[in-house]
Design a binder for this molecule. Structure first.
Ligand code: PMV
Length: 442
Protein backbone atom coordinates (compact mmCIF):
# COMPACT_ATOMS: atom_id res chain seq x y z
CA UNK A 1 0.00 0.00 0.00
CA UNK A 2 1.41 3.42 -0.83
CA UNK A 3 0.02 6.69 0.40
CA UNK A 4 0.55 10.03 -1.22
CA UNK A 5 -0.54 12.66 1.27
CA UNK A 6 1.07 15.64 -0.40
CA UNK A 7 -0.86 18.65 -1.45
CA UNK A 8 0.90 20.06 -4.45
CA UNK A 9 0.76 23.49 -6.06
CA UNK A 10 -1.25 22.30 -8.98
CA UNK A 11 -4.14 21.40 -6.67
CA UNK A 12 -4.68 25.11 -6.80
CA UNK A 13 -4.50 25.53 -10.54
CA UNK A 14 -7.49 27.25 -11.96
CA UNK A 15 -9.22 25.58 -14.83
CA UNK A 16 -7.83 22.16 -13.98
CA UNK A 17 -9.47 19.23 -12.36
CA UNK A 18 -7.84 19.32 -8.93
CA UNK A 19 -5.36 16.54 -8.52
CA UNK A 20 -6.47 13.73 -6.28
CA UNK A 21 -6.57 14.00 -2.55
CA UNK A 22 -4.46 11.52 -0.56
CA UNK A 23 -4.87 8.19 -2.19
CA UNK A 24 -4.52 4.63 -1.10
CA UNK A 25 -3.37 2.32 -3.84
CA UNK A 26 -4.35 -1.33 -3.79
CA UNK A 27 -7.29 -0.40 -1.68
CA UNK A 28 -9.64 -3.12 -0.64
CA UNK A 29 -13.21 -2.78 0.40
CA UNK A 30 -14.55 -5.10 3.07
CA UNK A 31 -14.64 -7.83 0.51
CA UNK A 32 -11.33 -8.51 -1.12
CA UNK A 33 -11.18 -8.81 -4.86
CA UNK A 34 -10.18 -12.15 -6.20
CA UNK A 35 -6.51 -12.94 -6.20
CA UNK A 36 -6.58 -14.30 -9.70
CA UNK A 37 -7.15 -10.85 -11.12
CA UNK A 38 -4.08 -9.47 -9.39
CA UNK A 39 -0.75 -9.53 -11.15
CA UNK A 40 1.54 -7.86 -8.67
CA UNK A 41 4.96 -8.70 -10.01
CA UNK A 42 7.85 -8.07 -7.64
CA UNK A 43 10.24 -5.24 -8.30
CA UNK A 44 13.62 -6.07 -9.75
CA UNK A 45 15.30 -2.91 -8.63
CA UNK A 46 18.44 -2.05 -6.81
CA UNK A 47 21.76 -0.49 -7.61
CA UNK A 48 21.19 -0.90 -11.35
CA UNK A 49 18.71 1.98 -11.54
CA UNK A 50 19.25 5.60 -10.73
CA UNK A 51 15.87 7.30 -10.63
CA UNK A 52 12.28 6.25 -10.78
CA UNK A 53 8.63 7.37 -10.88
CA UNK A 54 5.45 5.38 -10.28
CA UNK A 55 2.02 6.55 -11.33
CA UNK A 56 -1.29 4.73 -11.36
CA UNK A 57 -4.74 5.19 -12.86
CA UNK A 58 -8.06 3.37 -12.55
CA UNK A 59 -10.10 1.29 -14.94
CA UNK A 60 -13.68 2.27 -15.78
CA UNK A 61 -17.08 0.74 -16.18
CA UNK A 62 -19.98 2.23 -18.16
CA UNK A 63 -23.11 2.69 -16.07
CA UNK A 64 -25.37 4.03 -18.80
CA UNK A 65 -25.41 4.81 -22.47
CA UNK A 66 -23.03 2.51 -24.33
CA UNK A 67 -23.83 2.22 -28.06
CA UNK A 68 -26.32 5.11 -27.84
CA UNK A 69 -23.34 7.39 -27.20
CA UNK A 70 -22.10 6.61 -30.71
CA UNK A 71 -25.28 8.37 -31.94
CA UNK A 72 -24.89 11.41 -29.70
CA UNK A 73 -26.75 10.27 -26.59
CA UNK A 74 -25.16 10.79 -23.16
CA UNK A 75 -23.14 8.06 -21.47
CA UNK A 76 -21.76 7.77 -17.97
CA UNK A 77 -18.68 5.93 -16.79
CA UNK A 78 -17.29 5.47 -13.29
CA UNK A 79 -13.70 4.98 -12.18
CA UNK A 80 -13.08 1.60 -10.58
CA UNK A 81 -10.94 0.64 -7.59
CA UNK A 82 -8.95 -1.59 -9.91
CA UNK A 83 -5.87 0.21 -11.25
CA UNK A 84 -2.85 -0.05 -13.49
CA UNK A 85 0.44 1.15 -12.10
CA UNK A 86 3.34 2.17 -14.32
CA UNK A 87 6.85 2.49 -12.91
CA UNK A 88 9.52 4.11 -15.01
CA UNK A 89 13.21 3.86 -14.24
CA UNK A 90 16.43 4.90 -15.89
CA UNK A 91 18.99 2.24 -16.66
CA UNK A 92 22.58 2.73 -15.57
CA UNK A 93 23.92 1.19 -18.74
CA UNK A 94 22.03 3.05 -21.44
CA UNK A 95 22.27 0.74 -24.40
CA UNK A 96 19.58 2.78 -26.14
CA UNK A 97 17.02 -0.01 -25.92
CA UNK A 98 14.00 0.15 -23.69
CA UNK A 99 12.81 -2.61 -21.39
CA UNK A 100 9.26 -3.43 -20.48
CA UNK A 101 8.62 -5.82 -17.60
CA UNK A 102 12.23 -6.91 -17.87
CA UNK A 103 11.89 -7.83 -21.57
CA UNK A 104 13.08 -6.08 -24.67
CA UNK A 105 10.52 -3.38 -25.60
CA UNK A 106 8.61 -4.24 -28.77
CA UNK A 107 6.68 -1.33 -30.24
CA UNK A 108 4.11 -3.58 -31.93
CA UNK A 109 3.25 -5.31 -28.66
CA UNK A 110 2.92 -1.99 -26.82
CA UNK A 111 1.47 0.56 -29.25
CA UNK A 112 0.30 2.88 -26.47
CA UNK A 113 3.73 3.07 -24.89
CA UNK A 114 5.33 3.55 -28.31
CA UNK A 115 3.00 6.45 -29.15
CA UNK A 116 3.69 8.06 -25.76
CA UNK A 117 7.42 7.58 -26.26
CA UNK A 118 7.12 9.47 -29.56
CA UNK A 119 5.30 12.32 -27.87
CA UNK A 120 7.07 12.65 -24.55
CA UNK A 121 10.43 10.97 -24.64
CA UNK A 122 11.98 11.52 -28.08
CA UNK A 123 15.48 10.11 -28.47
CA UNK A 124 16.11 12.88 -31.04
CA UNK A 125 16.15 15.28 -28.07
CA UNK A 126 18.52 13.05 -26.15
CA UNK A 127 16.00 11.14 -24.03
CA UNK A 128 17.63 8.10 -22.42
CA UNK A 129 16.30 4.54 -22.63
CA UNK A 130 13.94 3.53 -19.85
CA UNK A 131 12.83 0.44 -18.05
CA UNK A 132 9.06 0.27 -17.56
CA UNK A 133 7.14 -2.01 -15.27
CA UNK A 134 3.39 -2.40 -15.62
CA UNK A 135 1.35 -3.92 -12.82
CA UNK A 136 -2.31 -3.96 -12.01
CA UNK A 137 -5.55 -5.75 -11.47
CA UNK A 138 -7.70 -4.67 -14.41
CA UNK A 139 -8.33 -7.61 -16.72
CA UNK A 140 -7.23 -6.78 -20.27
CA UNK A 141 -9.57 -6.65 -23.28
CA UNK A 142 -12.74 -6.86 -21.19
CA UNK A 143 -14.17 -3.36 -21.65
CA UNK A 144 -12.83 -2.10 -18.31
CA UNK A 145 -10.43 0.44 -19.76
CA UNK A 146 -7.11 -1.22 -18.99
CA UNK A 147 -5.32 0.32 -21.98
CA UNK A 148 -6.56 3.83 -21.13
CA UNK A 149 -5.46 3.37 -17.50
CA UNK A 150 -2.05 2.26 -18.74
CA UNK A 151 -1.83 5.27 -21.05
CA UNK A 152 -2.91 7.77 -18.38
CA UNK A 153 -0.49 6.36 -15.80
CA UNK A 154 2.38 6.15 -18.30
CA UNK A 155 1.91 9.71 -19.56
CA UNK A 156 1.88 10.99 -15.97
CA UNK A 157 5.00 9.00 -15.11
CA UNK A 158 6.84 10.32 -18.16
CA UNK A 159 5.81 13.93 -17.54
CA UNK A 160 6.88 13.70 -13.88
CA UNK A 161 10.18 12.16 -14.94
CA UNK A 162 10.81 14.69 -17.67
CA UNK A 163 9.51 17.85 -16.02
CA UNK A 164 8.43 20.90 -17.96
CA UNK A 165 9.82 24.23 -19.05
CA UNK A 166 7.80 27.32 -18.23
CA UNK A 167 7.84 30.81 -19.58
CA UNK A 168 6.89 32.01 -16.11
CA UNK A 169 7.05 29.83 -13.06
CA UNK A 170 4.73 32.24 -11.25
CA UNK A 171 1.93 31.30 -13.59
CA UNK A 172 2.38 27.56 -14.09
CA UNK A 173 -1.36 26.97 -13.88
CA UNK A 174 -1.83 28.60 -17.23
CA UNK A 175 -0.94 26.30 -20.16
CA UNK A 176 -0.21 29.41 -22.18
CA UNK A 177 2.92 29.86 -20.08
CA UNK A 178 4.19 26.35 -20.74
CA UNK A 179 7.22 26.38 -22.97
CA UNK A 180 6.48 22.76 -23.80
CA UNK A 181 3.67 20.27 -23.35
CA UNK A 182 0.12 19.52 -24.48
CA UNK A 183 -3.22 20.93 -23.36
CA UNK A 184 -6.84 20.86 -24.50
CA UNK A 185 -6.62 24.61 -24.73
CA UNK A 186 -3.98 24.52 -27.49
CA UNK A 187 -5.78 24.63 -30.80
CA UNK A 188 -3.01 23.29 -32.97
CA UNK A 189 -1.36 20.15 -31.85
CA UNK A 190 0.12 17.23 -33.77
CA UNK A 191 -0.96 14.94 -30.95
CA UNK A 192 -3.51 12.90 -32.87
CA UNK A 193 -1.53 12.48 -36.05
CA UNK A 194 -0.75 8.89 -36.76
CA UNK A 195 2.89 9.35 -37.50
CA UNK A 196 5.48 6.90 -36.35
CA UNK A 197 8.06 9.68 -35.99
CA UNK A 198 8.74 11.64 -32.87
CA UNK A 199 6.71 14.66 -31.89
CA UNK A 200 8.36 17.71 -30.43
CA UNK A 201 6.19 19.34 -27.79
CA UNK A 202 8.36 22.44 -27.41
CA UNK A 203 6.08 25.42 -27.89
CA UNK A 204 8.03 28.59 -27.40
CA UNK A 205 11.64 29.54 -27.63
CA UNK A 206 12.01 31.91 -24.71
CA UNK A 207 15.03 33.80 -23.50
CA UNK A 208 14.79 32.92 -19.85
CA UNK A 209 12.81 29.71 -19.41
CA UNK A 210 12.38 28.10 -16.03
CA UNK A 211 12.25 24.43 -15.35
CA UNK A 212 10.40 22.20 -12.89
CA UNK A 213 10.36 18.42 -12.52
CA UNK A 214 8.27 16.33 -10.13
CA UNK A 215 4.54 15.83 -9.63
CA UNK A 216 3.93 19.59 -9.56
CA UNK A 217 4.16 19.65 -13.35
CA UNK A 218 1.33 17.18 -13.87
CA UNK A 219 -1.83 18.39 -15.52
CA UNK A 220 -4.66 15.85 -15.39
CA UNK A 221 -6.01 17.40 -18.58
CA UNK A 222 -2.70 16.82 -20.38
CA UNK A 223 -2.55 13.17 -19.28
CA UNK A 224 -6.17 12.57 -20.36
CA UNK A 225 -5.46 14.22 -23.71
CA UNK A 226 -2.28 12.25 -24.32
CA UNK A 227 -4.01 9.02 -23.33
CA UNK A 228 -6.89 9.72 -25.72
CA UNK A 229 -4.52 10.46 -28.57
CA UNK A 230 -2.52 7.26 -28.08
CA UNK A 231 -5.72 5.22 -27.68
CA UNK A 232 -6.92 6.65 -30.98
CA UNK A 233 -3.65 5.75 -32.68
CA UNK A 234 -3.55 2.22 -31.23
CA UNK A 235 -7.20 1.66 -32.28
CA UNK A 236 -6.87 2.89 -35.84
CA UNK A 237 -8.40 6.28 -35.13
CA UNK A 238 -11.53 5.03 -33.36
CA UNK A 239 -11.58 5.94 -29.69
CA UNK A 240 -13.99 7.93 -27.65
CA UNK A 241 -12.41 9.89 -24.77
CA UNK A 242 -14.64 8.13 -22.22
CA UNK A 243 -12.01 5.67 -20.98
CA UNK A 244 -9.09 8.11 -20.91
CA UNK A 245 -11.02 10.93 -19.23
CA UNK A 246 -12.65 8.68 -16.62
CA UNK A 247 -9.31 7.12 -15.81
CA UNK A 248 -7.52 10.47 -15.56
CA UNK A 249 -10.15 12.42 -13.60
CA UNK A 250 -11.66 9.56 -11.58
CA UNK A 251 -15.13 9.74 -10.02
CA UNK A 252 -17.99 9.82 -12.50
CA UNK A 253 -17.63 11.18 -16.02
CA UNK A 254 -20.44 12.00 -18.41
CA UNK A 255 -19.94 12.32 -22.12
CA UNK A 256 -22.46 13.98 -24.40
CA UNK A 257 -22.76 15.65 -27.78
CA UNK A 258 -23.89 18.83 -26.08
CA UNK A 259 -22.61 20.86 -23.17
CA UNK A 260 -24.87 19.81 -20.32
CA UNK A 261 -26.27 22.11 -17.64
CA UNK A 262 -26.32 21.03 -13.97
CA UNK A 263 -23.09 19.03 -14.20
CA UNK A 264 -19.53 20.33 -14.23
CA UNK A 265 -18.16 20.83 -17.74
CA UNK A 266 -14.57 19.64 -18.16
CA UNK A 267 -13.63 20.15 -21.82
CA UNK A 268 -14.44 19.22 -25.39
CA UNK A 269 -12.57 16.65 -27.44
CA UNK A 270 -12.54 16.52 -31.23
CA UNK A 271 -11.27 13.69 -33.36
CA UNK A 272 -11.53 13.08 -37.08
CA UNK A 273 -12.70 9.53 -37.69
CA UNK A 274 -13.00 8.43 -41.33
CA UNK A 275 -13.04 12.07 -42.51
CA UNK A 276 -15.86 12.90 -40.11
CA UNK A 277 -15.19 15.06 -37.12
CA UNK A 278 -16.51 13.61 -33.86
CA UNK A 279 -17.06 16.01 -30.99
CA UNK A 280 -17.48 14.99 -27.37
CA UNK A 281 -18.23 17.25 -24.42
CA UNK A 282 -16.98 15.81 -21.15
CA UNK A 283 -18.40 16.51 -17.72
CA UNK A 284 -17.75 15.47 -14.17
CA UNK A 285 -20.62 14.37 -11.93
CA UNK A 286 -20.43 14.91 -8.21
CA UNK A 287 -20.78 11.78 -6.13
CA UNK A 288 -23.58 11.85 -3.54
CA UNK A 289 -22.53 11.39 0.08
CA UNK A 290 -24.34 8.06 0.44
CA UNK A 291 -22.41 6.49 -2.45
CA UNK A 292 -20.21 4.57 0.00
CA UNK A 293 -23.23 2.35 0.82
CA UNK A 294 -23.36 0.74 -2.60
CA UNK A 295 -21.01 -1.42 -4.60
CA UNK A 296 -20.47 -2.36 -8.19
CA UNK A 297 -19.93 -6.04 -8.85
CA UNK A 298 -18.51 -6.68 -12.28
CA UNK A 299 -18.93 -10.10 -13.79
CA UNK A 300 -16.63 -11.12 -16.61
CA UNK A 301 -18.08 -13.70 -19.02
CA UNK A 302 -14.62 -14.48 -20.40
CA UNK A 303 -16.17 -14.26 -23.89
CA UNK A 304 -14.11 -12.08 -26.20
CA UNK A 305 -16.14 -9.74 -28.41
CA UNK A 306 -14.34 -6.86 -30.13
CA UNK A 307 -15.98 -3.47 -29.64
CA UNK A 308 -15.72 -2.66 -33.36
CA UNK A 309 -17.84 -5.70 -34.29
CA UNK A 310 -20.54 -4.82 -31.78
CA UNK A 311 -20.64 -1.20 -32.93
CA UNK A 312 -20.88 -2.37 -36.56
CA UNK A 313 -23.74 -4.72 -35.62
CA UNK A 314 -25.79 -1.84 -34.22
CA UNK A 315 -24.96 0.31 -37.25
CA UNK A 316 -26.22 -2.41 -39.60
CA UNK A 317 -29.42 -2.80 -37.59
CA UNK A 318 -30.11 0.93 -37.71
CA UNK A 319 -29.41 1.06 -41.40
CA UNK A 320 -31.77 -1.79 -42.23
CA UNK A 321 -34.43 -0.68 -39.72
CA UNK A 322 -34.19 3.12 -39.16
CA UNK A 323 -37.17 2.98 -36.79
CA UNK A 324 -34.91 1.21 -34.27
CA UNK A 325 -33.34 4.62 -33.58
CA UNK A 326 -36.19 4.76 -31.04
CA UNK A 327 -34.22 2.34 -28.83
CA UNK A 328 -31.14 4.57 -29.05
CA UNK A 329 -33.21 7.60 -28.05
CA UNK A 330 -34.79 5.63 -25.21
CA UNK A 331 -31.32 4.74 -23.91
CA UNK A 332 -30.57 8.48 -23.96
CA UNK A 333 -33.66 9.19 -21.86
CA UNK A 334 -32.82 6.37 -19.44
CA UNK A 335 -29.25 7.70 -19.10
CA UNK A 336 -30.47 11.18 -18.25
CA UNK A 337 -32.89 9.80 -15.68
CA UNK A 338 -30.13 7.56 -14.27
CA UNK A 339 -27.75 10.50 -13.97
CA UNK A 340 -30.35 12.56 -12.13
CA UNK A 341 -30.99 9.69 -9.70
CA UNK A 342 -27.25 9.24 -9.24
CA UNK A 343 -26.81 12.90 -8.35
CA UNK A 344 -29.68 12.67 -5.88
CA UNK A 345 -28.20 9.54 -4.29
CA UNK A 346 -31.33 7.54 -5.12
CA UNK A 347 -29.58 4.26 -5.83
CA UNK A 348 -32.81 2.24 -6.05
CA UNK A 349 -33.75 4.42 -9.03
CA UNK A 350 -30.21 4.16 -10.45
CA UNK A 351 -30.48 0.36 -10.33
CA UNK A 352 -33.88 0.42 -12.03
CA UNK A 353 -32.49 2.63 -14.79
CA UNK A 354 -29.59 0.21 -15.29
CA UNK A 355 -31.97 -2.71 -15.72
CA UNK A 356 -34.10 -0.72 -18.16
CA UNK A 357 -30.96 0.19 -20.09
CA UNK A 358 -30.19 -3.54 -20.33
CA UNK A 359 -33.60 -4.25 -21.90
CA UNK A 360 -32.83 -1.72 -24.64
CA UNK A 361 -29.34 -3.17 -25.19
CA UNK A 362 -30.88 -6.64 -25.48
CA UNK A 363 -33.32 -5.30 -28.01
CA UNK A 364 -30.43 -3.85 -30.04
CA UNK A 365 -28.87 -7.31 -30.12
CA UNK A 366 -25.67 -6.59 -28.22
CA UNK A 367 -26.34 -8.79 -25.21
CA UNK A 368 -25.60 -12.52 -25.31
CA UNK A 369 -26.64 -15.67 -23.37
CA UNK A 370 -23.51 -15.60 -21.19
CA UNK A 371 -24.15 -11.98 -20.16
CA UNK A 372 -27.81 -12.66 -19.52
CA UNK A 373 -26.99 -15.66 -17.32
CA UNK A 374 -24.76 -13.47 -15.13
CA UNK A 375 -27.28 -10.62 -15.06
CA UNK A 376 -30.05 -13.04 -14.02
CA UNK A 377 -27.85 -14.48 -11.28
CA UNK A 378 -27.03 -11.01 -9.93
CA UNK A 379 -30.57 -9.63 -10.04
CA UNK A 380 -32.11 -11.06 -6.82
CA UNK A 381 -29.41 -9.48 -4.62
CA UNK A 382 -28.87 -6.26 -6.53
CA UNK A 383 -30.57 -2.96 -7.29
CA UNK A 384 -30.04 -3.36 -11.03
CA UNK A 385 -27.74 -5.03 -13.53
CA UNK A 386 -26.73 -4.64 -17.17
CA UNK A 387 -23.95 -5.38 -19.59
CA UNK A 388 -21.18 -2.82 -19.53
CA UNK A 389 -19.18 -1.78 -22.57
CA UNK A 390 -19.72 -3.13 -26.04
CA UNK A 391 -21.47 -6.39 -25.09
CA UNK A 392 -21.59 -9.61 -27.09
CA UNK A 393 -19.41 -10.97 -24.25
CA UNK A 394 -17.09 -9.05 -21.99
CA UNK A 395 -18.54 -7.83 -18.71
CA UNK A 396 -21.78 -7.07 -16.90
CA UNK A 397 -22.17 -4.81 -13.88
CA UNK A 398 -24.55 -5.03 -10.94
CA UNK A 399 -25.25 -2.23 -8.46
CA UNK A 400 -25.73 -3.77 -5.06
CA UNK A 401 -25.84 -3.27 -1.31
CA UNK A 402 -24.79 -6.91 -0.82
CA UNK A 403 -21.54 -7.28 -2.76
CA UNK A 404 -20.53 -10.63 -1.30
CA UNK A 405 -23.89 -12.21 -2.09
CA UNK A 406 -24.00 -10.72 -5.59
CA UNK A 407 -20.42 -11.72 -6.32
CA UNK A 408 -21.02 -15.29 -5.18
CA UNK A 409 -24.16 -15.58 -7.29
CA UNK A 410 -22.29 -14.36 -10.39
CA UNK A 411 -19.37 -16.71 -9.72
CA UNK A 412 -21.75 -19.65 -9.28
CA UNK A 413 -23.22 -18.79 -12.65
CA UNK A 414 -19.75 -18.97 -14.22
CA UNK A 415 -18.50 -15.35 -14.14
CA UNK A 416 -15.31 -13.96 -12.66
CA UNK A 417 -16.02 -11.01 -10.41
CA UNK A 418 -14.45 -7.77 -9.35
CA UNK A 419 -15.91 -5.57 -6.65
CA UNK A 420 -15.56 -1.82 -6.57
CA UNK A 421 -17.12 1.09 -4.80
CA UNK A 422 -18.07 4.26 -6.61
CA UNK A 423 -16.08 7.47 -6.28
CA UNK A 424 -12.58 6.23 -6.89
CA UNK A 425 -9.62 8.47 -7.48
CA UNK A 426 -8.25 9.13 -10.91
CA UNK A 427 -4.63 9.57 -11.79
CA UNK A 428 -2.14 9.48 -8.95
CA UNK A 429 1.62 9.93 -8.73
CA UNK A 430 2.54 7.33 -6.14
CA UNK A 431 6.25 7.95 -5.64
CA UNK A 432 9.35 9.33 -7.29
CA UNK A 433 13.02 9.90 -6.61
CA UNK A 434 16.03 11.54 -8.27
CA UNK A 435 14.28 13.67 -10.84
CA UNK A 436 14.45 14.71 -13.55
CA UNK A 437 15.49 11.61 -15.39
CA UNK A 438 16.24 13.73 -18.39
CA UNK A 439 16.05 17.46 -18.97
CA UNK A 440 15.39 18.39 -22.58
CA UNK A 441 16.88 21.73 -23.53
CA UNK A 442 14.63 24.31 -25.08
O1 PMV B 1 -16.18 -1.93 -24.52
P1 PMV B 1 -15.78 -0.54 -24.32
O2 PMV B 1 -15.43 -0.22 -22.91
O3 PMV B 1 -14.71 -0.09 -25.29
O4 PMV B 1 -17.04 0.39 -24.59
C1 PMV B 1 -17.59 0.53 -25.84
C2 PMV B 1 -18.66 1.58 -25.78
C3 PMV B 1 -19.42 1.74 -27.08
O5 PMV B 1 -20.44 2.70 -26.83
C4 PMV B 1 -20.09 0.46 -27.51
C5 PMV B 1 -18.54 2.23 -28.20
C6 PMV B 1 -18.03 3.65 -28.07
O6 PMV B 1 -17.13 4.02 -28.84
O7 PMV B 1 -18.53 4.44 -27.27
Amino acid sequence: MSINPEVTPYNLWKGFQPFNPPIIICQTCEIKNKGYEARCAGRTMGEMHMSRVSASAPGKCILFGEHAVVYGQPAVAVALEQRISVSVETLVSDSGSWKIDGMHFQAKKHPHVQALKNRMWPSSLGAPALSIRIEGNIPAASGLGSSAALSVAASAALRTARGRWFVSINDIQNPETWAEGFSSTFETSPLYSNVSGEIDSRRKMVSDPQYLANESVISVDECALLAHSVEAIAQGGRASPMDSSTSAHGGIVMLSDEVEQEVEYLYTRRLKIAEQERVWHLHSIELPVNARDVYLVIGNTGVYAPTSQQVAKVAELLESEPSRMKEIETIGLISRRGIKSLMEGDFEAVGRAMSENQIMLQSLGVSCPELETLIRAASPSSLGAKLTGAGGGGCMVALTRHPKQTSEAIELAGGRTLISRLGNNGLSIDNYENLPMWKPEL
